[in-house]
Design a binder for this molecule. Structure first.
Ligand SMILES: [Mn+2]
Length: 417
């Protein structure tokens, strides 16, 4: 038995504020639905961030309805949880519940699973960092104990059930900054953890979860907070056939996506390179998106921007930046090695601030703002932590006041530092 696991669809989002990009998302989502149908999936799971906005535009609502109707006609049920983008800051009823009420999709619940054939599906809506303990961790522990009892019951009846849990949360295990819970927090006893939230495709089995597979299919297209790059996007076909003990996945690439890529150019080669880029662009059915990284010395941005105008006819959108060869801006990392976000961040900050204490302060501030950004609600802000950081900033300023003051003065005098 196959099911589809699709996440971070963000219907209604228009990258670069372009209507073509909004339309791209509808088309790519349609492709995911189409491919799911042709693979004869038994169900489709949408793991949150269905819409980009809690109050989505009409086109997004209509396009989702159209796909859900198509699936209904094929008798393929759709189950969903909400992501933070689906949840309004006011306590309004989330719009995706409309489709639940119309019988076009079903919202998943944490206490009463949905059963199709020999599959049980549980789901939790997104919980903000400020409510993780009450909203997730405690219910997880409760669920674990209920499931233990159920397993004993079903074992007596000689039933073999597969179990899935759908969540829209970031795991610290994969990203220390965007994480909200640890893999250890997840309830054990599930065969498959259908995740949403991270926009990259990630899969990992955890021994503490009895080799249960934790999987993010990633977003279906490049979206907000993602840079122009030549990445692949897709969704997961999850194989839950009874014969194999472990759940297996096939990641399905979405091919109707608009091509996006970065392109480095040495300024002296500009004319030649632009010619070949324009030629290359013709092979794509949709005008691609390009990010030009131009390196060289004595580049006049005004002249350059005029030279780049010829890209307008062949590209939907282009972005350009001049790489300064003298400073160490820009970096790349090797995805295959061990990547430590903390280390990378602090070394980049240290490089520009040249101060260890300031680097530590910056990291604390980044963490603090990150937390706040996520809570959307001033009453949820950890006041103790804020006071602590405010005191730290103030103390640091007091101790180093003189240096800042001289620095400021010399700048005003026009002598420079
Ligand atoms: Mn998302």
């Amino acid at each position: 038995m196959l099911i589809s696991h699709i996440s971070d669809i963000h219907l209604g989002y228009a990258q670069f504020n372009l209507q073509e990009r909004e339309e791209d998302l509808y088309e790519v989502f349609g492709e995911a639905v189409e491919k799911s149908i042709s693979e004869h999936v038994k169900a489709i799971i949408l793991a949150g961030d269905i819409f980009h906005n809690p109050k989505p535009n009409g086109a997004a609502i209509i396009r989702l309805a159209r796909e859900l109707k198509k699936l209904k006609e094929k008798s393929i049920p759709v189950f969903f949880v909400l992501g933070e983008h689906d949840i309004s800051r006011s306590n309004d009823v989330p719009l995706p519940y409309l489709f639940h009420n119309l019988g076009l999709a079903r919202r998943l619940k944490s206490d009463s699973p949905v059963q199709i054939d020999n599959l049980l599906i549980y789901g939790f809506n997104k919980e903000r960092r400020s409510n993780i303990d009450n909203g997730l961790i405690r219910p997880f522990r409760k669920l674990e104990s209920i499931m233990k009892n159920d397993i004993q019951k079903h074992a007596v009846k000689n039933h073999w059930l597969k179990k899935i849990i759908v969540l829209h949360q970031g795991l610290y295990d994969f990203n220390k900054f965007a994480g909200e819970i640890f893999s250890n927090d997840l309830p054990a006893g599930f065969d498959y953890y259908a995740m949403g939230h991270y926009h990259d495709h990630i899969e990992k089995r955890f021994p503490a979860l009895n080799e249960g597979l934790v999987a993010y299919p990633g977003s279906i297209d490049l979206g907000h907070n993602e840079t122009i790059s030549d990445v692949e996007k897709g969704f997961l076909l999850v194989d839950l056939s009874e014969v194999s003990a472990n759940v297996n996945t096939h990641w399905i690439k979405l091919e109707k996506r608009r091509h996006q890529f970065e392109y480095p150019i040495e300024y002296p080669d500009l004319t030649d390179k632009l010619g070949s880029i324009v030629q290359e662009s013709a092979q794509y059915s949709k005008k691609p998106v390009i990010d030009l990284k131009i390196s060289g010395t004595d580049i006049d941005p005004k002249i350059l921007s005029r030279q780049l105008l010829q890209l307008e006819a062949s590209f939907l959108y282009y972005n350009w930046s001049i790489l300064d060869e003298n400073s160490a801006t820009g970096f790349s990392y090797d995805n295959t090695g061990d990547f430590d976000m903390d280390k990378e961040m602090s070394s980049l900050i240290l490089k520009s601030l040249h101060s260890e204490p300031l680097t530590r302060l910056s990291l604390d501030l980044i963490n603090m703002f990150h937390d706040q950004d996520d809570s959307h609600d001033s009453k949820n802000i950890d006041k103790d932590k804020n006071n602590h950081i405010a005191n730290y900033v103030w103390k640091f300023f007091e101790n180093n006041k003189s240096t800042y003051q001289t620095l400021g003065k010399s700048k005003i005098d026009g002598k420079g530092a």
